[in-house]
Design a protein around this ligand. Sequence first.
Ligand SMILES: *Cc1c(COP(=O)(O)O)cnc(C)c1O
Length: 854
Amino acid sequence: MKPIRKFTVRAVVPAPLAALEELAANLRWSWHEPARRLFEHIDPEAWARSGRDPVAFLGEVDPARLDELAADAGYVAWAEREREDLREYLTAPRWYQGHGADAPKAIAYFSPEFGITEALPQYSGGLGILAGDHLKAASDLGVPIVGVGLFYQAGYFAQSISADGWQQERYPVQDPDGLPLSVVRRPDGTPVDVVLALPDDRALCARVWRAEVGRVPLLLLDTDIPANDDDLRSVTDRLYGGGGEHRLLQELLLGIGGVRAVRAWTEIAGKPAPEVFHMNEGHAGFLGLERISELIGHGAPFDVALQYVRAGTVFTTHTPVPAGIDRFDRALVERYLTPMLLPGVDPADALALGVEPGADPAASAFNMAVMGLRLAQHANGVSKLHGEVSRRMFGALWPGFDADEVPITSVTNGVHAPTWTDPALRALAEQTLGTADTEHADWRSASLDDTELWAVKRRMRQHLVEDARRRLVAAWSDQHSGAPAPDWVHRVLDPDVLTVGFARRVPTYKRLTLMLQDPDRLRALLTHPERPVQFVVAGKSHPADDEGKRLIQQLVRFAQEPELRERIVFLPDYDMGMAATLYPGCDVWLNNPLRPLEACGTSGMKAAMNGALNLSILDGWWAEFAGDDYGWVIPSADQAGDAAERDALEAAALYDLLEHRIAPRYYERDGDGVPGEWVRMLRSTLSTLAPELGADRMVREYVERLYRHAARHVAAIVADEARGARDLAAFGARVRAAWPGVHVLHVESGGVESAHVGDELQLRASVDLGALDPDDVAVEVVYGRSRADDTLDAVRRSTLELVPDASVHGAAARVYAGSVVLDRAGAFGYTVRVIPKHPLLLSAAELGLVAVAD
Ligand SMILES: *Cc1c(COP(=O)(O)O)cnc(C)c1O
C-alpha cells in the first residue's frame, strides 16, 4: 500500500548522549573524520545503510543500542570530547580574525546549487561541489560568509541505467525534516517566510531552511509550503528542471528571495549585514535588483543605487559554454519585473541590464550573465585560461578595449582537502610523517617507504573495486527484476591493474566517448596480456539531453562486451559518495574536454589529492599546473580541420600515452613489487601539487583580492552620505553624454631621429574634450611591441599618462605631453587615447568609453 503522506519522526536520543545530536546538527561531520567514527562505532552496518548521514542514522539505529551506549562512560566521554572539539572549532579565532577592520564583516555567497555531502543532494556537478567546498574552507578559515541557495525537493535526479544502456531518471523526494536542516524562525517561533509579488496579484512564498556548515550558515529557500498555490509549490521541485518560466521563477526566488532571507536571518540572529554579495554564475543575478530596490526605498535614485550595489558585488563566471548561461525571453522577464516585485525600480532600467551588447534592446534576449557583469564591479573566471577566455567572450561589454583590459580577473578553483582526502592517506601521514594535515605533509620524506605508500594506494584501489562490484550487483538486480547478478559481475575490475577513472557530467564538450574513437585500440589496452588497463566511468546526462544519453549508451554497450566487461565499467548514479571512493582508487584520472571549454574542472584536483596522476588535455586548472611529475598532457589538436579530425588526433594521442608511457611505467616493478618511478611521481603530486589545489588557497584569494577590495570600495562609496556613489553616478551620466564630442585630434612626436634603445620619444597630443573638463579624463600613450598584424602585443604593452601642457592657453584643443623611453629593441608602436578618469573607477575600461587616435 502507498501511504498518502510521509514525514520523518526524529529520534529521541538518551540524555547522556545529547552530544550526538549537537554533532549531527552541524554538517562539519561531513569533513571531520573523528566525528564520523564516533557515529559509526554505534552500529557500523546501520551507519553504512543510512548513507553515513548522522540524522538519518540516529533515526534508524536500534534504541536499545543507544541506551546501552548511554550507560557506557567511555563512549559518553568520547562523544563529549568530540562535542567540545566542535564547539572550539565554532568559536575560536581563525585565520580571518587576524584581518584588519577593513575586512568585510559579512559576505553573502549565492549559488543555485550546493554540494556539501551526499546526504544533502542539492547539486548537479562541479559548480555545486565547488560552492560547498567554498563554504567549508570559509568555515575553516573563519571567513564570515552566509550561503544562499534553494532547497530542491528532489535535488537533481538519481540515475539508473536500463539493460539496453539508456539513462533513467528518478526523483526521490527529500523530506527536509529528515535532513540536517532547521527552519529559520522569529523569536516568537513563527517561521520566516519570504514573499515575492507575482503578476495577476499572485504571490510566491518560500520557507527558509538553515543548514550549519561548520561556522557558516547556509540558507535554502523552499516553495513547497501550503501558503502557495499548487503550481507554485513546485517552483523548487528540481535543480535545472524546467525551462523558461519555471527557471525564471527559481532565479527570481534565488536572487530576490535570497536577499530577503538574508535580511531576515541577520536581523533575527543579530549578525552584521553583508557588505559584499558574491554571485556565482548569472543564476543569482536578480539579487542586485533587489538591493537596488532596497536602496531606492531609502531615497537613492536608480543610478546611485546601482553604483553602491556594483561596488559591493562580485560576479564569478563558471563556464564558457553558452548552454550554461541563462537567457530568457525578454517579454517573459518584462512580465515579472514589476514595481510590485521590485518597488521603486523602473522596469525599463531593470530590463536594460540584461540586454546583450550589440543587440537591439527591444529584441535582445535577457542574458543573466550580462546582467551579472553589469551589476558587479568585481568579476572573475575560475582558472587563468578561463579568465582569458571570459575576457574575450564578454569583451563586447567594454567596446574599444583589448581583451586583456577587460575587467575580469581569475581565481583558480580549489577543492576542500579534509572532505576529499581519503582517510587511509590521512592515517598514513599521521603514522609516518607526523601530521594528519595531508596537504602540508612532506610526502617525499624517507620516513615513509615506497612499499608502505604503495600498499595504501593498493588498499584504496581495492576499496574502489569492492564498491564498484557492490554497485553493479545492485544495478543488475534492479535491471533484471530482482534476479541475482551472474558471477562475472562479482569479479569485475582487479585491484592490481592500472586503473583509469573518468567521471563527470556528460555535456558534449567533455567527450565521454573520446576513448571509444578507435574501439580496437581501446580493446587492446584493456586486454593487454602483461600490461592491462582498466577503466571506471561514471556520469549523469542532463535529463533533457538525449545526445548525452546516447553517449552513455554507447559506453555502456561497449562495456557489455563479454571479453571487456571485467575491465571497463560504467557505474550508475555518480555523486559525492561515489566520488569519495573513486578518486582515491584511481591511478590515473582522465580528462579530455574540448579545449578551452572546461572552465576549471575540479575532479582532477580531487584525484591528485589522493595520489592519482592526471592524464588531461591542457585545459582549465591543468593548463596552469601540469608538470612532468604530476601526469601527462594530451596535446590538443586545436589546428585540426574539423571536429572529427580533432577527436581522432586527440584520441590517438591518448592511446599512445597509455600504451607507451603510462602502462610501462606502472608495470615496471622493483624487487618489492613497487613501481619506483610511479611512486616517485605520486609523492611529488602529494607534496607539491596537492597543496596548490586546496579550497583554502582559493578562499584566501577571494578574500584578499576580491572581498576585501569590494568592502573597501563600498566604504569609499558610502562615506559622507554616499557622496562617492552620487559623484560616480553623476560623473558616469555626464561623461557618457559628452563622449561623442571627445576626440584625439593630432599627435606629434619628436626627439628621436633614428631610434636606439635608451632614446626618448617626445609626444604631444592635442585633444578635443568637448563639454568635459581636463580633470574628467586621462590622456594616455599606449605603447610597446608592435606585431605583424598591426596590433600592440598585450604582454609587452605599457601605458603612460600624458600631462596637460600648461603653456598652451586659450585654444579650443588641449595639449598633453610626455615622453617614453624606448627600452627594448625591435618593432615599436604607440597610440594615444582618452579615457574617463575618476578615483572610484577600478579599471580604464570600466565605463566602456575610449577615444583613440586614428
Ligand atoms: C568534483 C565533482 C564534479 C566536478 O568534476 P569536474 O571535473 O569539474 O567535471 C562533479 N560531480 C561530482 C560528484 C564531483 O565530486
